[in-house]
Design a protein around this ligand. Structure first.
Ligand SMILES: [Zn+2]
Length: 116
């Protein structure tokens, strides 16, 4: 995260999670066939569970895609969703901490001004 005039706000644990995220992306590349099928789904945010007009489920029904492969795909997606959720939480905590520090600094400046 780049903040104007403040440099980069990424600590080491954040970097570790970014690496995790990259690994997830590489794994997702292994499911290109499913991703390609998903492009034809009626809904963009299709979870390929029971959505009407799901092209992935249709492919499983036709026998073009094995059910176990779809299962693995779902598992991976769930892990990715979990990872991104954790990242969001960390970002929120980071944001709160930043504001606390900024508020403290601002208050200190006001107090010092009042003294002089
Ligand atoms: Zn679908």
């Amino acid at each position: 995260m780049l903040l104007p005039g403040e440099g980069i706000l990424i600590d080491t644990p954040g970097m570790r999670e970014l690496q995790l995220w990259d690994t997830g992306g590489a794994l997702a590349g292994a499911f290109q066939d499913v991703d390609a099928l998903a492009l034809a789904c009626r809904f963009r945010d299709c979870r390929h569970a029971a959505e009407p007009g799901c092209a992935v489920l249709a492919a499983v029904e036709r026998g073009d895609l094995s059910e176990s492969r779809l299962g693995n795909y779902r598992k991976l997606r769930a892990e990715q969703a979990h990872a991104s959720c954790q990242q969001d939480q960390r970002a929120q905590i980071e944001e709160k901490r930043r504001w606390k520090v900024l508020t403290k600094a601002a208050n200190k400046r006001i107090r010092e001004k009042g003294r002089s």
